[in-house]
Structure formats: C-alpha cells, structure tokens
Design a protein around this ligand. Structure first.
Ligand SMILES: [Mg+2]
Length: 305
C-alpha cells in the first residue's frame, strides 16, 4: 500500500494534474494507492506516524514544509519516503534529484533505491534541510505574518526588502562540539543539505548521509557586508573568505544578545538560543536508481533534470 500525503495549499493547478497522472501510473503498476489531504499544520506528521508501520511507501506531495512534516512522522521507521517536488522551492527534492514529471516519479516508485538520511534536531524539533539564524529568520517571520495560502518567489520580495534595510544584526556566540568558534555580529546557517533558496548553496559541502551538519557563520553588521557575502556565496567561494566560518559538527549552540528569530526548513523556527544536533540515518528515502546517466558534474553525481 502506498500512502500519498498531499498538501492542498502548496503547488499550483498543473501540479494537481501531475498528481492524478502519478496516481494513475502507480495504479497501472498494480499498486494500491491511498491519498490523504492534510487539513492543518502538523496533520502530515500525525497521519504519517499513524500509517508508518503498515505502509510500503509514503509519498510526500507538497513543498519542503510538507516533506519535513512527513519525515517527522516516519523518523526511525523502515518505511521509505518519496519526496515529490510539488511546492514552490522544493530544495529537498532537488537535492535528492527527484524529477517532477509524473511518469519519471512512477519510475522511481517502481525501481528507485533507498538511502539513509540524517535528521537535524533544533530545540527538540526535527529539521531536514536548513536552519537560518538572524537575517533570513526575520524574512520568514515577516512573510508568515502576511501569508495567505500558496506562496511564490515574488511573495518574498517585500519581506526581504524590508528586512534588508531594517534588520538589526545580533551579536552571536557559536559553540560547536564544545569549542567556541564565533563571538561577533552576524548571521548563521546550519545545513543538512547544500541547497538554499534561489540556487544558492550556502552549506556548500553538506551531504545528508555523513552523520554531520554543516555550519556557516557570516560576520555581518550592515547592508554592504551582506551584499558582498551574497555575491561570494553565489560564486560558491564563501567558505574561503576570512570573515566566514565553515565547519561541520555534531552538536552546536547558538546564543544571541537579543531575541533573534530563526527559520527551519523555510518555516518560522524557534528564537535563540538554539541547541542543534544530528541524528544519523534516521530516515529512509527513495531516490532515482543510480544508473541514470550523470551529467555536467560527474564528481558530485549530479543528474540533469
Ligand atoms: Mg551532513
């Protein structure tokens, strides 16, 4: 039995047609499919937890928030999860090289391979992808305050613009695996995956199956520094800069000198202080079979989609 957990508020009309096509393709393979539409935040976790022992596979149909909720319900079980890119950003699906075409998704259901994925924990709550502390926590907090249903990239424009001019960079103290590595003004990111919004790879070297989280701290106190950091990050050269810290860890604590918001997987996260750790291999994921032809970046195993 395959359970498809659908977030009805993420994704546009064509995504709904793709879902019908995927369901038809799986039924043509002779599989039984149950579709569940979520009704409120937390519902995907509750439903996934309720069927985790009986399901052969769970499909997350939505964006990154839906993927994280479904993952929370499946933590520690052997049931594999397929993350479909049916939201706005779909960072996690992109990191796993999951295609969006329904026939190719059905191909992964039939012949995909399973991999183990680490799970991050921040203040007792799971995260799958990335945490932002400070600047982008403020952006997500502002966006969430005005959000109504489906969001697009354009929805981020005003929250980013306002935050860019108004954000008050906190003084941060970062301790990683028992060692104080930062005590200055700035913004920080913790990643289980390399991808961040709009193609940036802030946690450039992160991999979801190495039992470690990647930490990036940018020293920053005003707009010019932020623009320069963004430019270097676009070029993926930021870990080489003197005022950027890049390292991997198992346990970390981030404290700030004033109330500072965070974002967790694109949603509003807890305020600082943050205690962050990693649970290695807690999740089973279904990914494309490895014999797919590799493309432009063979050393990373990138598949052109
Ligand atoms: Mg890792």
């Amino acid at each position: 039995m395959i359970h498809v957990i659908v977030n009805p508020s993420s994704g546009s009309g064509p995504k709904r047609e793709a879902l019908s096509e995927l369901r038809a393709a799986m039924q043509a393979q002779g599989r039984k499919v149950i579709e569940y539409r979520t009704t409120c935040p937390g519902d995907a976790t509750r439903y996934a937890a309720s069927i985790r022992d009986e399901a052969d596979m769970v499909i997350s149909w939505g964006g990154d928030g839906t993927a994280r909720e479904v993952a929370s319900g499946l933590v520690g079980s052997n049931t594999p999860m397929l993350v479909c890119p049916a939201g706005t950003e779909n960072l996690f699906a992109k990191e796993l090289r999951i295609p969006s075409h329904p026939q190719r998704l059905a191909g992964i259901v039939a012949a995909g391979r399973t991999v183990e994925c680490d799970l991050g924990i921040v203040n007792g709550r799971d995260f799958l992808m990335i945490i932002g502390v400070g600047f982008d926590g403020e952006v997500v907090r502002r966006l969430t305050a005005v959000r109504r249903g489906h969001i697009t990239h354009l929805s981020y424009f005003w929250p980013i613009w306002r935050t860019f001019w108004e954000h008050d960079y906190p003084r941060m103290r970062v301790v990683a695996d028992g060692e104080e590595i930062f005590d200055d003004f700035g913004l920080a990111f913790v990643g289980n995956i390399s991808r961040y919004a709009v193609g940036l790879r802030i946690c450039r070297d992160a991999s979801f199956d190495d039992g470690l989280l990647d930490l990036v701290v940018f020293t920053c106190q005003e707009q010019t520094a932020l623009v320069l950091h963004a430019a270097w990050t676009l070029l993926r050269r930021h870990p080489l800069k003197g005022n950027v810290i890049y390292r991997q860890f198992r346990n970390a604590r981030i404290e700030t000198d004033r109330p500072t918001p965070s974002q967790t997987d694109g949603d509003v996260g807890p305020n600082c202080p943050l205690d962050i750790s990693v649970h290695p291999g807690k999740l089973r994921l279904l990914v494309p079979p490895s014999q797919l032809p590799y493309g432009l970046w063979p050393w990373r195993g990138e598949t052109p989609l």
